[in-house]
Design a protein around this ligand. Structure first.
Ligand code: BG6
Length: 488
């Protein structure tokens, strides 16, 4: 591990993510003794505020978001006393000079910059930092997603950042990689002998990845409209999960080995054509309905106008390589779904030859299914065949039973950390394993661009679904045409 950064410069410090996730994560790291003793946070937003006023805002956020059993007014005071506030807009040299003034004398102790701002500000902010002398060989920079809105714009952002920072100092955040449950996929696959021999096209019929959310627009109109579920969720979180599920075993658990394997998967995704867009993808948008017993407005109503932005997307994807030849990966994600849950379902093939029942039929024999639930609760369920108790006069009857592992229960005493705790600590310590490398982001965009081009070519419009449903009925047809169904 390299030297820890003793200064964090946080842009977008007055934003929602900082209040909800970043400051609470820093609080938790501090309480676990994981921040350097002389740690300084330079918080920056566009509007002017005094240090005191900003500290009061952070205090209010911590009161709201820190679990009562971990909350201590003294610890809050300790964290906020480490924060100074500097208003800054990229290009404003005086403001960046003021930041440099705050950091003066600490440059050698390592600076980590965190950009929690719109992507259009990444390059100008980095340049303004460099102009103010704040970028040296030890400075690290983290950027929230999205990196651009297509391949070209992401290349532009990457070019600008890479001109100032070496790749090992660039931390592209995908907060799903900070989730314990997503990291656990690597442990499940490569820490057990059981699964790997069957993890391929010989034994697996198809894979499903579902990331369902119950929330709607959440006041993010200006960001979300025109972006949509494909860019907001599939381009990053869903594809990162897919790449971990589909990758070859890395030789070591380090940033180069893991990311080398993930990018190979991303590059093997079969690009979409207009024809495929028509038959292998569904775009949906919620109309009014009910989620969790609560009546909610439709997207267009929340927005105040009609829009062709999708709030749901379902795709049938292929990873065109030897391991996964011919295995469909069904992906879906959406807002205003009936439940908030993320899971991966691996559907195995039927046994090669059934010895049960007449001609192997009518016995209840089903292929095995592995369900890995990532959130809200974390568990792994393997559906296996068991014999129903009885004298079997009419032949053996089989039934699916679950081998259930609740990781939440198995690790009940351990605190589940916010994904950002891990990511912030890795940033401060310089470990890029759980961050997205440039070639990964670009491979992700390349595939996403092919889908968007396919939609345009084939004129694929959003289909409506009532809030509280798993997308439009065409999403069900997408998988049922292949003789399978979504796991719910
Ligand atoms: C963000 C998306 O990246 O992830 C949001 O921009 C989405 O639209 C969020 O709600 C989901 O994250 P989580 O951790 O709540 O599953």
């Amino acid at each position: 591990m390299t030297e820890r950064s003793a200064t964090l410069i946080l842009f977008g410090a007055t934003g929602d993510l900082a209040g909800r996730m970043l400051f609470p994560s820093l609080y938790n790291l501090q309480e676990d003794g994981l921040l350097p003793d002389d740690f300084l946070i330079v918080a920056s937003g566009r509007s002017e505020r005094s240090d005191e006023a900003f500290r009061a805002e952070v205090t209010a956020d911590l009161e709201k978001y820190i679990k009562p059993e971990r909350y201590s007014a003294e610890a809050v005071e300790k964290l906020t006393s480490r924060i100074v506030y500097c208003a800054a807009s990229s290009g404003n040299a005086d403001q960046f000079e003021a930041i440099a003034e705050r950091v003066k004398g600490r440059e050698d102790k390592g600076i980590a910059v965190y950009l929690s701002t719109p992507p259009s500000l990444f390059a100008p902010t980095a340049q303004s930092l460099a102009d103010a002398g704040l970028v040296n060989g030890a400075t690290r920079i983290a950027m929230e997603k999205p990196i651009g809105h297509d391949l070209q714009s992401s290349e532009e952002v990457n070019d600008a950042i890479c001109a100032l920072f070496d790749e090992e100092r660039i931390f592209r955040v995908d907060h799903y990689l900070g989730k314990e449950t997503v990291q656990n996929l690597i442990a499940l696959r490569f820490g057990n002998m059981l699964f790997e021999p069957l993890w391929n096209a010989h034994a697996i019929d198809h894979v499903q990845i579902t990331v369902g959310e119950t929330v709607g627009l959440e006041g993010r109109v200006s960001y979300y409209d025109g972006v949509g579920a494909l860019r907001d969720m599939v381009q990053n979180h869903v594809l990162q999960i897919l790449s971990i599920i589909a990758m070859e075993p890395p030789a070591r658990f380090d940033s180069t080995s893991v990311r080398d394997e993930k990018v190979k998967v991303l590059r093997s995704l079969r690009p979409f054509s207009g024809e495929m867009a028509k038959t292998q993808s569904v775009r949906g948008q919620y109309t009014n309905g009910a989620v969790g017993g609560e009546i909610v407005k439709g997207y267009a109503e929340e927005l105040g106008e009609t829009s062709d932005t999708e709030t749901f997307v379902a795709l049938k994807a292929y990873v065109d390589n030897w391991r996964w030849a011919g295995v469909p990966f069904y992906l879906r994600t959406g807002k205003r779904m009936p439940t908030r849950h993320s899971e991966i379902m691996i559907q195995f093939k039927p046994v090669a030859h059934s010895i049960f029942g007449e001609n192997g039929f009518s016995t209840g024999l089903e292929p095995n299914t592995l369900i890995i639930r990532l959130q809200p609760e974390e568990n792994i369920r393997l559906l296996i065949m068991a014999k129903e108790p009885g004298l079997d006069r009419g032949g053996v009857k089989l039934r699916e039973v679950g081998l259930d592992v609740s990781l939440t229960a198995a690790f009940e005493k351990q605190r589940r950390r916010i994904a950002y705790e891990r990511l912030l600590l890795d940033l401060l310590e310089g470990d890029t394993t759980l961050f997205v490398r440039r070639d990964e982001v670009e491979a992700q965009w390349q595939w996403i661009d092919s889908i968007i081009a396919g939609w345009r070519e084939a004129g694929v419009k959003v289909a409506n679904y009532s809030a509280g449903n798993w997308g439009p009925s065409s999403a069900i047809a997408l998988i049922e045409r292949d003789g399978a169904s979504w796991h719910e």
